[in-house]
Design a protein around this ligand. Structure first.
Ligand SMILES: NC(=O)c1ccc[n+]([C@@H]2O[C@H](COP(=O)([O-])OP(=O)(O)OC[C@H]3O[C@@H](n4cnc5c(N)ncnc54)[C@H](O)[C@@H]3O)[C@@H](O)[C@H]2O)c1
Length: 425
């Protein structure tokens, strides 16, 4: 691993990019008012003094502000990427040079380097792990049992990670308690819906410059991310089609005014396809077979398994890179299918991920969950826990305050009324 002049262990693209990273981090910080408040409290009270944290998150300017807040709370933080394509190399450089935070992440790193970086973050011997997709926990369980005993707890940022961790808890293999930050109301209601919704459109448009107005835009999965994406695609004038496997969610999409159909039918109609399911092979051979010439396919779900890329490889006679993050596959019958961002989360691969003002809440939840774990982990079982409700509500209250919005409070009479079963007749 390279070391900087200050001997901070790291593996980053170039320390020369740090000035650019500094400006980017400062820009994001301006929109992260809740995290700023928490950071001030952390500076005052140092609740994380001496706690070693290994974080495997998308290395973006917003994550940098979280890492800085944790460091200011007294923690000793090391950071690696949670996706090979999501790293902002200038941000990594600044974290190392200006904040002394070890970072192991390079945009475009191959799979081997990606896992080497996870190992390097675990060499930090964390007491707390912070995951986005559960790769740290999975690596600890499978390859780095040596660090497991030292970990008191962890947090998880995304839907797919929470699903994996719940499966571990169910099988009884989870080694320490996890707080499912994703499941906080102030996380998924806003980050997944408005953050992924907007930034996925941003990613698709940045790398293709495609006109969405009048296009047929297929959204696979009508969960929190899918709802946001469908809503924003419609806002751009697209004719949005939703595919689902859950009848209730499909019905919700219908009543929200979208066309809902099976992918077998949508595949023939779509101009742009985006998967956001957390599932695998949602777009596969049988769908590529019937897609229109020039169809664009992308994924915004956590792993790059939602699109069956090996099938696309097999079915095509050649491929070429037509623009950055656009691979044009020439199918044997002459049609072209365009795959964006190697099937990795397109909002991070081709754009900048979620806007800072929405990550403000997600990362406030992260920071407060870490503080909560430091105080309470010893009393928690080796299970996946929700973010405590008071903490979640506090983040919502602080966000409203930062937006200058006041809301009503229950009067004593209303409190009594709502708590009583005998009133209301
Ligand atoms: N791009 C990002 O920045 C970002 C941000 C947050 C979450 N995520 C990831 O996006 C994915 C979705 O997250 P979410 O919070 O919306 O999850 P969710 O569980 O709320 O929604 C997923 C939906 O996909 C549906 N689905 C599953 N298999 C399907 C299939 N074969 N065809 C059609 N629909 C199918 C499910 O029924 C569900 O309604 C996860 O992998 C999550 O980790 C990405």
């Amino acid at each position: 691993m390279a070391t900087t002049p200050a001997q901070i262990p790291c593996d980053i693209k170039s320390i020369e990019l740090a000035d650019l990273g500094k400006r980017r981090i400062d820009w994001a910080n301006q929109s992260m008012k809740v995290l700023q408040i928490i950071r001030k409290e952390f500076i005052k009270n140092a609740p994380l003094k001496g706690v070693r944290i290994s974080a495997c998150l998308h290395v973006t300017a917003e994550t940098a502000n979280l890492a800085i807040a944790l460091r200011d709370g007294g923690a000793d933080v090391a950071l690696c990427a949670s996706n090979p394509l999501s790293t902002q190399d200038d941000v990594s450089a600044c974290l190392v040079r200006d904040y002394g935070i070890p970072v192991f992440a390079i945009k475009g790193e191959d799979n081997e380097t990606y896992y080497q970086h996870i190992m390097a973050a675990l060499d930090h011997k964390p007491q707390i792990t912070m995951d986005d997709g559960a790769d740290l926990v999975t690596t600890i369980l499978t390859k780095r049992q040596d660090v497991a005993d030292g970990v008191i707890g962890g947090t998880e940022e995304t839907t797919t990670g929470v699903i994996r961790l719940r499966a571990m808890a169910k099988e009884g293999v989870l080694r320490y308690p996890i707080i499912a930050v994703n499941d906080a109301m102030t996380k998924h209601l806003f980050d997944n819906r408005y953050g992924t919704g907007q930034s996925t459109i941003d990613g698709v448009v940045r790398c293709t410059n495609v006109l969405l107005a009048g296009s047929k835009f297929v959204v696979a999965g009508y969960g929190w991310c899918g709802r946001g994406l469908a809503m924003r695609a419609r806002g751009m004038g697209a004719d949005v089609i939703v595919t689902e496997v859950d009848p209730t969610r499909a019905l919700e999409a219908v009543m929200d005014g979208f066309r809902v159909m099976a992918m077998a039918d949508a595949a023939r109609l779509g101009d742009v396809f985006v998967t956001v399911t957390g599932d695998k092979n949602v777009l596969r051979g049988e769908h590529f077979e019937v897609m229109k010439d020039g169809a664009i396919v992308a994924n915004s779900g956590h792993f790059n398994v939602e699109i069956d890329i090996p099938a696309l490889d097999k079915m095509s006679s050649s491929k070429r890179t037509t623009r950055q993050f656009v691979e044009e596959y020439s199918m044997k019958d002459g049609r072209k299918i365009n795959l964006l961002g190697e099937g990795r989360l397109i909002n991070l691969a081709a754009a900048e991920g979620h806007p800072a003002s929405v990550m403000d809440m997600s990362f406030a939840d992260q920071a407060l969950s870490v503080e909560y774990l430091v105080k309470n982990a010893k009393n928690l079982e080796k299970k996946v826990f929700a973010v405590p409700e008071d903490l979640d509500k506090r983040v919502a209250r602080l966000k409203l305050e930062s937006m200058g919005i006041k809301i009503d409070r229950l009067t004593p009479e209303q409190e009594e009324y709502l708590a009583s079963w005998s009133e209301g007749t």
